[in-house]
Design a protein around this ligand. Sequence first.
Ligand SMILES: *Cc1c(COP(=O)(O)O)cnc(C)c1O
Length: 394
Amino acid sequence: MAILGGRPAFSKPVVITKPTMPPVSGIQKEYGRILKSGMITNAQFVREFEQKVAKFLSVKDVVAVSSCTSGLMLTMKIFGLKGEVIVPSFTFHATAHAAVWNGLKPVFVDCDPNTYNIDIKAVEKAITPRTSAILAVHIFGNPCRVQDLQRIARKHHLKLIFDAAHGFGAQYKGRNLGGFGDAEVFSLSPTKLLTAGEGGMVATNDRELAKQLRIGRNYGDSGSYDSQFSGFNARMSEFHAILGIESLKSLEKNVNKRNRLAQLYKKQLSGVPGITFQHIDANDRSSFKDFSIVIDGKAYGLNRDRLAEILLKENIVVKKYFYPPVHMQKAFAKFGGNAINRKLVHTNAIAENILSLPLYSHMTGDYVRTICSTIKNVYNSRTALKQYYSKKGR
Ligand SMILES: *Cc1c(COP(=O)(O)O)cnc(C)c1O
């Protein structure tokens, strides 16, 4: 093991993820065209991108925005949400930031210990007369329990919004994510499956929401200069749209590739004591935005933090997504005081033991095999590694 003075498993760092970019030939002509015309933002290619994504997702409308965060902010603003919004704490912090920017109080609820997605019973328990929406997240591209959430939202007259930042290409019961709830908001930032450099997409079957989003992303100005509400600049540029259109062509292939790599990870790591995986329902397809393992330190012999340190020394770049959980972060300290927040047992346990391993769409199976054999070597060398840590007084 490299941490004990041996040679690392990889001579150069294997990154946690990287975007799979289209060839220059696919975008050169279009870039030339917009540079010549001077139509460089929110024009023909943005509209083409929106239409192609709407078709891919089988939804009535898709509105391109500058990011997933801005799409969530505008959607909540347009719905006129007030009071409390129910959100998972086991997510990327941007989910909750978008609610706070709208003056909403995020009420953090626990996740399911197997799927890592928002827990249905916890959602029901968190509903109060002040609740106006549920903001759920398809964690790592694993579809939430969509139908249960829709039933709860209908019953209590709540808006249901999905942060689908990880969900491009994922399927719930055979249907692409995008058409569920009142809106699903995707991210096109560089670490996501479909990337446009930066950007976001709001998918919805609510035509009125789509219309208002087009106004909202343009400062709330529909073109008359008499602004209708306080929007902001959340437009997408033509450069981003061209990149997005080209990337969309290989999305299906990339999702399949990631599913194969994830299967390989699972096969290679099955049987290693103390390692478990996110549960994906047999009727669903994850996009595998990330591939994560949860480590039971007692059974594995070393805890998550030690494994992470050891793997980094092997030039395997791993990340603790999502740690700390959102309700424990400084920005949300003032929302952490209620009884529900203190009991996020599964969220805390997963956040403390989860580790995301390298995965990107053009990664080869050989990388996965070497990463897995390294994780097995760590297990087999656990006695020596434990001695190393006890000598260091840790
Ligand atoms: C990346 C991410 C976001 C933010 O996406 P941007 O496009 O960067 O705004 C929001 N939510 C989740 C769950 C994410 O992973």
